[in-house]
Design a protein around this ligand. Structure first.
Ligand SMILES: NC(=O)NCCC(=O)O
Length: 389
């Protein structure tokens, strides 16, 4: 880990200052000043003691005459696994829950209203191995499994909403597995769940050996703090998936992910995809990635002619928020656990919609017709050649 770049932001901050840094911030992040929010001394101390990074940024909106501000504090947590992946399943899971609880407690002290974790946050991402054991044993009921019960208590304690991405065991449907995000309300009850719609078949992401494409559509969960949705990891490459959450009224869309520096293109696309989704759909997005190295007991190959190996390389963290205007905050590091907080005024969504008119100018009717044609078996792509009449 020592030789890894800490973060994109650290490269900039170590090399730019004064007007150059301001200009960089304006052009890259969308504003000269990142509007850092002051944290409690006790939170900073707890983060230091428990070895995680913490930062917070504001995303304000203009004052309106007819609506009060709708300020929501949203947190994302990125973290590494804790004990080696050959330890008993329950020991591995318990160690993660215990570590992350310390971060949740700090978020609670800071008055965070909604928290989202990384993809399958309570387990190692062992699907690269294609081995069924022990990874399938990490699966739980979305409604009343160990992780949901653990979060329900904390949800009630802190009046916090949780978005918890887990490997789901669907006991009512022949025990099959799903990649599911459970949304737990501030009352501690499960509001609902959403299942990953697009399952990767790329590089070491052999998830299709374990679960199928989701069957929950594009639900938006009406929480006490706002309407939220979950676009799970590989779903971020599918623009229509992001679009459907917007059409269903989402105000914040979370993208819990598990992606690695070694997957070609992943890291430079990371900073674009959730940000672009925020822009085109005029809602807030939060992109959350795993962090660290996860070594598995047995070697696997990546079917690329290279030698067998036992890990996926670095999960590069770099979690970040973007507002509906496309302005984003600095991300968390590539290498450390962290809690990133956004203090957002949800009124900004409508203000940007009124200004940019992306929904009003959207031509869904045209696309419906075009897509119907594309799906016909004898479809011919609409390509015009020089000599066509
Ligand atoms: N977990 C997951 O869907 N990863 C896919 C890799 C990527 O698209 O970056």
């Amino acid at each position: 880990m020592e030789n890894e770049t800490l973060s994109f932001e650290s490269i900039i901050n170590n090399n730019l200052s004064g007007r150059d840094l301001e200009e960089f911030n304006r052009i890259h992040f969308g504003r000269k000043d990142n509007l850092e929010v002051k944290l409690k001394e006790s939170s900073i101390a707890a983060a230091k003691e428990n070895d995680f990074e913490i930062s917070a940024y504001a995303f304000p909106a203009k004052k309106e005459q007819t609506r009060p501000p709708r300020i929501v504090k949203v947190g994302v947590i990125q973290h590494s696994i804790v004990v080696p992946t050959d330890r008993p399943v329950n020991e591995q899971k318990k160690a993660i829950l215990e570590k992350v609880k310390k971060i949740i407690d700090v978020a609670g002290q800071e008055g965070v209203n909604i928290i989202c974790f990384q993809e399958l946050w309570n387990m190692p991402f062992g699907f690269c191995t294609r081995e069924k054991q022990p990874w399938c044993e990490f699966a739980e009921s979305a409604e009343n499994g160990l992780t949901t019960r653990f979060l329900s208590e904390l949800a009630e304690k802190y009046a916090m909403v949780f978005v918890s991405s887990i490997l789901e065991r669907d006991e009512n449907h022949s025990d099959i597995l799903w990649n599911t995000s459970v949304v737990i309300s501030d009352t501690g009850k499960v509001i609902g769940k959403h299942r990953k719609n697009h399952i990767p078949r790329v590089g070491d992401f052999n998830e299709s050996n374990y679960y199928m494409e989701g069957n929950t559509g594009h639900p938006v969960f009406a929480t006490r703090y706002g309407k939220i949705a979950v676009n799970i990891c590989f779903d971020r490459h599918h623009v229509l998936n992001w679009m459907m959450f917007g059409l269903n009224g989402a105000e914040i869309v979370f993208n819990p992910s598990a992606t690695i520096a070694a997957e070609a293109g992943s890291e430079y696309m990371w900073n674009i995809e959730a940000r672009n989704a925020a822009i085109t759909n005029c809602y807030f997005t939060a992109a959350i990635n795993r962090v660290g190295y996860e070594e598995f007991p047995n070697e696997f190959t990546s079917a690329d002619g290279k030698p067998a190996h036992k890990d996926l390389g670095l999960f590069y963290g770099s979690s970040y928020f973007t507002g509906p205007d496309g302005v984003r905050c600095p991300g968390l590091s590539r290498t450390r656990d962290g809690l990133l907080i956004a203090v957002m005024d949800l009124n900004l969504n409508r203000q940007i919609r009124d200004r940019r008119c992306y929904y009003m100018t959207q031509r869904l009717d045209m696309y419906v017709e075009s897509l119907k044609k594309v799906l016909e078996i004898d479809y011919k792509p609409q390509v015009v050649h020089e000599n066509d009449k």
